[in-house]
Design a protein around this ligand. Structure first.
Ligand code: ADP
Ligand code: ASP
Ligand code: MG
Length: 402
């Protein structure tokens, strides 16, 4: 007998028919003798719809109240799925995130899981029940409701799998695995049989929303046996694990992130400690800085530009403006019409021509690069947003020979 954690995303539980389909998948495993914990997201576009509803009332609501609102979407799903499983004659119980023992930090709308108290989960499984848990939510030390950030139900599932030492964590979604590029954007993208935790972590951090990046981080840390597969088609998915044979692939995938903004500080002092001052200010505001470029200093002045997530742009600019005099900032230029396009793959470490091939694909399409950043297993560039979809297709085709 195995313990399996299965997660179903918004499109997999979008309507009654799909919920019944999920109930069939879940009970198939239970019938085989497995213990099953199921994590579900809010139905379809419910979370977007709830955000819109908040906006009708207040365009700057407190994050605490946003969490109370957003967590309701997942609560609807757990009850409906439990009802569908009941109808098939199985013993089942639905639990909210807090009933399932999720304790998080307080940073509302993007809270980190601190621990899961698994007492209740274990006792319900011991009573031979299928346990249906609301993804994306927990409570902080005051027992206030928190949510884990968009796409966070994947992380809820992996966290349960880690805490319960599950044999397998399956992420069911609307595509049948992880592809070399978003299959909804690049028609001839290829399904990967497996991918390493490190490569998957880069891909999801750089925009491939098929897995929430924190779920991959956690799967790596606790060595969770993770699989991405389709809830609509019974075909093999993609396994995410520690080691993967290099095969013939130079790179594992191409991805883009359209939710990024560039901030440029022009003509700032070329002195020691300057970068520290800027980036510690960003850190204080909980802003993740990504690509950073500093120009060659001249006449004791230089330019520094960097990217931040689009939803942090206003806070970042505000903080810089407030500290304009202290940081001797003359001129701040901001652009939200940029995208980050990246290639990821452990294979590039051993193959020198990869960067050139990547840049050639952009050059051939006359796409200008604003910033570049590399690590051992990825190369990212910042380009104009209007070119990002085309760039992904062209780069993909350059590497996968179509
Ligand atoms: P869910 O609601 O099940 O959590 P998401 O919409 O969060 O589903 O993630 C699935 C989507 O991820 C797919 O529909 C696909 O468009 C997108 N995606 C982006 N990059 C990739 C990739 N490399 N491989 C597979 N899917 C990807
Ligand atoms: N419902 C949440 C969202 O739409 C969490 C999730 O789907 O994982 O972001
Ligand atoms: Mg998702």
């Amino acid at each position: 007998m195995s313990l399996i954690v299965q997660k179903f995303g918004g499109s997999s539980v979008a309507d009654a028919h799909r919920i019944e389909n999920v109930a069939k998948i879940v009970t198939k495993f239970k019938k085989k003798g497995d213990d099953v914990v199921v994590v579900v997201s809010a139905q379809g576009d419910t979370t977007d719809f709830l955000i819109e509803k908040a906006g009708e009332i207040n365009n700057n609501p407190s994050k605490r109240e946003m969490d109370v609102l957003l967590s309701s979407g997942e609560q609807i799903s757990i009850a409906l799925l439990a009802m569908a499983i009941e109808k098939l004659g199985f013993s089942v119980i639905s639990l909210t995130g807090w009933q399932a023992g999720f304790r998080t930090k307080t940073n509302h709308t993007n809270a980190r899981i601190v621990k899961i108290d698994t007492t209740r989960l274990k006792s319900e499984l011991d009573a031979n029940k299928i346990v249906v848990v609301a993804g994306f939510q927990g409570v902080d030390k005051l027992e206030d409701i928190t949510t884990l950030g968009r796409g966070g139900s994947d992380t809820s599932a992996v966290a349960i799998a880690a805490a319960m030492n599950a044999d397998l964590c399956q992420i069911y979604t609307d595509v049948d695995g992880v592809y070399t590029a978003d299959p909804n954007l690049v028609e001839n993208s290829i399904k990967l049989e497996c991918i390493s935790y490190d490569e998957m972590l880069e891909l999801s951090t750089l925009g491939a929303q098929v897995l929430h990046n924190r779920s991959v981080e956690m799967a790596k840390r606790y060595n969770v046996n993770l699989e991405v597969l389709s809830s609509f088609e019974d075909v093999p998915g993609t396994k995410v694990k520690e080691r993967v044979d290099m095969e013939q692939l130079l790179i594992r995938g191409v991805t883009k992130d359209d939710y990024t903004a560039r901030i440029a500080l022009l003509n700032v002092p070329d002195e020691s400690g300057y970068a520290y001052n800027i980036f510690s200010l960003m850190g204080k505001h909980n802003i993740n800085v990504d690509l950073i470029v500093q120009s060659y200093g001249c006449n004791n002045r230089k330019d520094i530009s960097f990217t931040v997530p689009l939803d942090s742009m206003d806070v970042a600019v505000e903080a810089l403006k407030e500290n304009k005099d202290r940081l001797k900032i003359d001129d701040i230029k901001v652009s939200d019409s940029v995208s980050k396009v990246s290639i990821v793959g452990a294979g590039m470490q051993m193959n020198p021509g990869v960067a050139a091939k990547f840049f050639e694909a952009l050059y051939k399409a006359n796409i200008n690069i604003h910033m570049i950043s590399t690590s051992e297993i990825k190369i990212s560039v910042l380009i104009d947003k209007k070119d990002s979809s085309l760039a992904v297709k062209l780069i993909h085709n350059a590497f996968f020979d179509y």
